[in-house]
Ligand binder design. Structure first.
Ligand code: AMP
Length: 310
């Protein structure tokens, strides 16, 4: 693992950059740096150089751009458009796996049409965060022969943009979704059956995130289960899934190794980074995280999953 903007292969990340207002039973944060691409970019930056594609409004604080730059994130693909930045407000009750949306103000994000700068077009690793699958497909057509494309999605697109989403699943090597989304997409309560169905749609791996209960990997060859980390100090779960995804692709780009061993390690790094992210509001914890802390918790995950062979 390397320092900010590490020396692995480059990763391009496309998604939302937002101003979030979040309330949890442990406090409230007003207009903090948020968005799916923000969390993914910050997490990936611990492993590999990151190129961000997003849009913000003229009101977006320079300090937030500086926070991303401080992690070595390349912002030449971030457009500053006339208008206000995308804003999301939500709250969590004691079930921290369930976000309740209070308001979504799309603002400049409504007209977001991702446009990759020429220098980004040969990027070998691509993460398409949760945006309209038609926009995800438009990004795919702008990148020349990427080595690995990972896409995320959400219930809204499963319900409203199914044909484009299915086309996206054919184009991606790895698909990420949470347990409820997998059940919704495949219309089955059984996650194993859902994963098999998604694999039949095209990707070589499906990763199902189960919130605080870990993550499952399904490939045609097998199955891996990453443990959950017994955190006592969860303060704000916002961005956990995106942090997981960013670390996952960042680590895969760092090793540049398509093997299942590398994928399993990437999933554990994803879980490590997500477990840190939820310790504080917004991305505050990611912004003060160290490589030593990442390694220490990765080792703890190994201990949690260890048991004696018979
Ligand atoms: P997560 O907790 O991983 O699901 O991601 C939360 C982040 O997603 C927040 O920082 C929000 O700004 C962002 N977000 C919320 N709604 C949307 C949306 N409709 N499209 C894109 N990003 C969103």
């Amino acid at each position: 693992m390397k320092a900010a903007g590490g020396s692995g292969e480059s990763v391009v990340i496309v998604g939302s950059v937002a101003l979030d207002t979040v309330a949890t039973p442990f406090g409230r944060a007003e207009s903090v740096l948020g968005g799916s691409a923000t969390y993914a970019a910050l997490a990936a930056s611990f492993f590999s150089p990151v190129r961000l594609v997003a849009v913000v409004g003229e009101d977006f604080p320079e300090a937030h751009l500086e926070a991303l730059r401080s992690r070595g994130v390349d912002l030449s693909g971030v457009e500053i458009a006339a208008g206000a930045t995308f804003r999301w407000e939500g709250y969590y009750e004691f079930d921290l796996n369930q976000a309740h949306t209070v308001s979504t103000e799309l603002n400049v994000f409504e007209r977001f049409r991702p446009k990759l700068p020429p220098a980004y077009r040969d990027t070998p690793y691509v993460f398409l965060a949760n945006i309209d699958p038609e926009l995800q497909l438009s990004v795919c057509s702008q990148v020349h022969a990427p080595r690995l494309t990972i896409c995320d999605t959400m219930n809204y697109w499963i319900a409203n943009k199914r044909p484009a989403l299915l086309e996206m699943l054919r184009r991606a090597e790895i698909v990420l979704m949470n347990d409820a989304e997998a059940r919704q997409l495949c219309e089955t309560p059984n996650l194993v059956m859902a994963a098999r169905q998604v694999l039949a749609m095209g990707p070589r791996a499906v990763i199902i995130k189960k919130g605080e209960h870990g993550a499952l990997l399904f490939t045609p060859e097998g199955h891996f289960s990453a443990p959950s980390y017994p955190l006592e100090r969860v303060r704000d779960p916002t961005g956990a899934g995106d942090t997981f995804a960013g670390a996952l692709i960042g680590y895969l780009a760092y090793t540049n190794d398509p093997s299942e061993d590398s994928l399993r390690q990437a999933i554990v790094y994803g879980s490590v980074m997500a477990s840190y992210n939820v310790e504080d509001f917004g991305p505050a914890r990611l912004l003060r995280l160290t490589h030593e802390e990442i390694i220490a918790r990765y080792r703890e995950f190994g201990e949690i999953a260890r048991f004696a062979a018979v």
